[in-house]
Write a protein that binds this ligand. Structure first.
Ligand code: GDP
Length: 200
């Protein structure tokens, strides 16, 4: 009897696991986005830690549960010397989030070059790519249209339904749910090419 109940319990709690990479230059807001996503999808997390987030050195890991799915995020360091490690994770990933600091016009070309390297790698073919234009709360930041035009020569190589730009403010929590909902939908649509792992 116990094993019957245990089997039923396991069936109910089983999750489809997806792995999502959060990439972008250092200081773009990757860790703040991850922390905010954890807050939005959990009742227990404390908002007061958000302003204490410091730039990612190495890797941060976090996960959220959405219905029957578990999203595991790998927030990788964006410093130049760490960017060479990004591609080690591509084969495991179900999706890519690329974060841009919309207020940092001086590093936009550097960010474009880092993005170009990502999309040139065949391992990310067919993966959903979400481009987050962060820090939209700051005045004088570049708008979605301005950055999308800047990135157009690169994103024109991607399938229309494979990528999407979102204006967000990770610190204020604006655009977090909309962006994660889009990503979740794309990963589910992509299930034949990149099935999730099943886990407890
Ligand atoms: P990472 O290096 O990409 O992980 O960047 P962090 O998440 O550590 O953020 C770098 C800095 O930008 C921190 O001081 C954050 O508080 C700040 N930051 C992150 N997101 C936002 C945002 O949406 N608006 C503003 N104004 N600051 C942000």
């Amino acid at each position: 009897m116990f094993s019957l109940f245990y089997g039923f319990y396991k069936y109910l709690t089983k999750k489809d696991e997806y792995f999502v990479l959060i990439l972008g230059l250092d200081n773009a807001g990757k860790t703040t986005y991850l922390e905010q996503a954890k807050i939005k999808y959990s009742q227990n997390l404390n908002k007061s830690n958000l302003h204490r987030v410091t730039t990612t050195v190495g890797m941060n890991i976090g996960s959220i549960i959405i219905g029957p799915s578990k999203l595991n995020f790998w927030d990788l360091g964006g410093q130049e010397e760490l960017q060479s490690l990004w591609d080690k994770y591509y084969s495991e990933a179900h999706a890519i989030i690329y974060v841009i600091d919309s207020s940092d016009t001086q590093r936009l070309t550097e960010s474009k070059n880092a993005f170009k390297k990502i999309i040139q790698n065949h391992l990310i073919n067919n993966l959903p790519i979400m481009i987050l234009l962060n820090k939209q709360d700051l005045k004088d930041c570049l708008s979605l249209i301005q950055i999308r035009n800047e990135f157009n020569s690169l994103t024109s190589n991607l399938l229309i339904n494979q990528h999407k730009f979102f204006s967000i403010s990770a610190i204020n929590g604006e655009g977090i749910k909309e962006s994660i909902n889009w990503l979740m939908d794309q990963m589910i649509k992509n299930i034949d090419l990149k099935p999730p792992l099943n886990s407890q």
